[in-house]
Write a protein that binds this ligand. Structure first.
Ligand SMILES: [Fe+2]
Ligand SMILES: [Fe+2]
Length: 199
């Protein structure tokens, strides 16, 4: 039997999730701006790419609140105050926040939604928790590259790099200091296998 939505825990969990996603999106946009200032374009794009996905998650949760339309939903929740200006810290804290959503928060919200009879909300929490887990992997991947000074250095001389500005392909252990085609700085290069839309 379904709990009355307006009396349910799921209603406030959806609002908490909405608030959390809006904040993740904003944190990642801010991180993208810091990366942009440091001319780390690959990292900047990765944060923006993820921020856009958080925005979609916020919309998914917000739509599920339609039964509460026109009302106020009061929530109490903890949200991360990750005020960092260092890319390494930003990547690490993003990975931590994603882990919390993926492994603790959303599985718990999904369980409660199932108990209360809201199967659509439950399955969105479950599916989005898997996405957050993939976000965590992505942040950890870049965090590790940065920590080991391998963002622009590979152990393989066959590494394929792509310039995010013009698409120039360069095969070597390191990307060029500036792109020979468009003069973009090294920060524009990422491994080709990390590029979107590569076959
Ligand atoms: Fe999200
Ligand atoms: Fe995420």
């Amino acid at each position: 039997m379904q709990t009355d939505f307006m009396e349910s825990q799921t209603r406030s969990n959806l609002m908490k999730a909405f608030a959390g996603e809006c904040q993740s999106r904003q944190r990642y946009y801010q991180a993208a701006l810091i990366a942009q200032q440091e001319k780390m374009v690959g990292i900047e794009r990765m944060f923006r790419f993820t921020a856009e996905q958080e925005e979609r998650h916020a919309m998914v949760y917000f739509k599920l609140l339609k039964e509460a339309a026109g009302t106020q939903v009061n929530i109490t929740a903890d949200y991360p105050a990750d005020v960092f200006y260092d890319l390494q810290q930003l990547l690490d804290s993003a990975a931590r926040d994603e882990q919390n959503e993926a492994e603790i928060l959303y599985p718990e919200f999904a369980r409660i939604a199932r108990e209360e009879g809201f199967s659509e909300a439950a399955s969105k929490f479950e599916m989005i928790s898997k996405i957050e887990s993939s976000h965590r992997e992505r942040f950890l991947y870049y965090s590790e590259l940065m920590r080991s000074d391998k963002l622009f250095r590979s152990d393989s001389t066959e590494e394929v790099w792509i310039c995010l500005n013009c698409g120039h392909i360069h095969t070597a252990s390191e990307p060029p200091g500036t792109c020979p085609v468009c003069n973009a700085e090294q920060g524009y290069f990422i491994r080709e296998k990390e590029a979107p839309f590569t076959a």
